[in-house]
Design a protein around this ligand. Structure first.
Ligand SMILES: Nc1ncnc2c1ncn2[C@@H]1O[C@H](COP(=O)(O)OP(=O)(O)O)[C@@H](O)[C@H]1O
Ligand SMILES: [Mg+2]
Length: 468
């Protein structure tokens, strides 16, 4: 298909299919009425052309047995002088001998008392000619039968042409107006009619990939609904696939945890009872790997739960961020102490609407990262406060994350090269996922001191005072 690349627009299609025929119709209609009007005008002009005939015929008399025109040059002048056109005449007897006149055009045969009209050329000018046979009033003196004469008149076409142009302008102007109005109306109508499509486009464009709920089809015009229905079907299928995948992942991760825990216990027992140094070294590697895999299974499960449509339904309630931090405080303090890290808390009460387990998971991952990546002797501070929004912060003075990597670290399984520990790169993905499902903003910043990392989660809907 060579013109598959040609763009088609609805506006173009509609304008083409409407305006083509409309234009044709107008041309035909204008042509027909123009033809009719011209015919009527020609008749009227022809009748006026013959006006002098009667005056002429009354002045043709028999003199000395010959027909002559008895008319003063002044009267003739009046009869044949027009404002625009030049006019001529001639009077002939029955044998076509000229009696009077100032032109010399051949006369057609078989004339009757009904005027005949035709076009001709006189001295290079296009003219309209009228010719008629007139029986003179019978001459009582001679007593003969009244003689017949042929009277021929001609005039140039200036007035007729002028009239024709006026007529044309008169007919084309409204036709053009109709066309222009039609174009304007069709254009406007199409723009107006396409508004729902634009609204639909915006609704879809504004969505994130997480949002797979169906598009409202009822507000769209009937013609677009099939498209929306098909789109909604696709969205539903997609949501189903995602859901199945997440369920599978969550199940798999969950199923892995029990045997892994058993494995870990067994290895720990073996390690305790083993006498050979070689075996103990090998067992330590096994234990370390087992812990790493357990951590991975736990993180996978957390991620699957945090994802939209994940098996975990959000249980939203009002939570005091300060209380949340205190839940796991003891465990973190123990870990901090082991690494000689100064872990501090600056907690103000602030209520946010959240899922307790998910928010705990998020905070746990942030503190875990800080404890993992901050050097021995470092400082970590966890904060909660109300600042027009609910704010949860974990700040450390460790190595931090280079600005260029701050988007990347949110990706799944992404770890900064050379990072210590047995992480799997899912922690910050989980944090981002939970922030998103809570409509909270996640910011990865550099602390005011210029060193370390400050991760801030901002909950827009929050209040500074604890709810009753
Ligand atoms: N507090 C932090 N200080 C320095 N680097 C961090 C911090 N938190 C996360 N990172 C970096 O971001 C990467 C991604 O973190 P995360 O998603 O939690 O995965 P993981 O901790 O399993 O490696 C880590 O590998 C680490 O390099
Ligand atoms: Mg981590």
């Amino acid at each position: 298909m060579s013109d598959s690349r040609r763009e088609t627009t609805l506006r173009g299609l509609l304008l083409g299919s409407l305006l083509g025929p409309l234009l044709g119709l107008l041309v035909v209609a204008t042509g027909v009425s123009f033809y009719g009007a011209r015919l009527a005008a020609t008749h009227a002009f022809d009748r006026v052309l013959m006006d002098p005939v009667q005056a002429l015929s009354q002045r043709v008399v028999v003199q000395n047995g010959k027909l002559v025109l008895q008319m003063s040059p002044e009267t003739l002048h009046t009869l044949f002088t027009h404002v625009y056109d030049v006019a001529w005449f001639q009077i002939l007897d029955a044998r076509h001998q000229q009696i009077a006149g100032n032109m010399n055009l051949p006369v057609p045969d078989r004339l009757s008392s009904k005027p005949r009209f035709y076009d001709a050329v006189i001295r290079g000018a296009n003219v309209r000619v009228g010719v008629v046979r007139v029986r003179l009033d019978s001459d009582p003196l001679v007593g003969n039968e009244a003689p017949e004469v042929i009277i021929q008149v001609a005039e140039t076409l200036i007035r007729r042409d002028r009239n024709l142009y006026e007529l044309m302008a008169l007919m084309i102007t409204p036709a053009l107006l109709v066309v222009l109005t039609a174009i304007a109306m069709v254009s406007f109508g199409i723009g107006h009619g396409l508004k729902p499509l634009d609204a639909l486009r915006q609704e879809i464009a504004n969505r994130s990939w997480h949002d797979l709920h169906p598009v409202n089809e009822m507000s769209a015009p009937l013609e677009i609904r099939p498209v929306i229905v098909a789109l909604n079907q696709l969205l539903a299928d997609l949501a189903h696939v995602l859901d199945t995948q997440q369920r599978f992942l969550a199940n798999a991760a969950h199923q892995l945890r029990t045997p892994l825990a058993g494995l870990q216990t067994q290895v720990e027992l073996l390690l305790r009872d083993s006498r050979s140094d070689e075996t103990r070294d090998a067992l330590r590697v096994v234990l370390d790997t087992t812990r790493r895999v357990t951590h991975l299974a736990n993180q996978l499960l957390a991620l699957a739960r945090a994802e939209p449509g994940g098996s975990h339904l959000l249980n939203m309630q009002y939570i005091n961020l300060a209380d949340l931090v205190e839940l796991d405080m003891a465990m973190w303090l123990a870990r901090a102490q082991a690494r000689n890290i100064d872990l501090g808390f600056e907690l103000e009460p602030v209520m946010v609407e959240a899922d307790m387990l998910q928010l705990g998971e998020m905070l746990g991952n942030l503190v875990d990262n800080a404890l993992r990546y901050t050097q021995e002797g470092g400082v970590i501070t966890v904060r909660s406060r109300y600042d027009g929004a609910g704010i949860l912060e974990v700040e450390d003075n460790g190595p931090g994350i280079p600005e260029a990597q701050r988007e990347k670290v949110l990706e799944r399984f992404y770890r900064i090269e050379g990072s210590p520990g047995n992480g799997c790169g899912l922690g910050l993905s989980i944090v981002a996922e939970i922030a998103r499902s809570h409509h909270a903003r996640l910011q990865i910043l550099t602390p005011a001191s210029g060193r370390g990392l400050l991760v801030r989660v901002v909950f827009a809907s929050a209040s500074g005072l604890p709810h009753a």
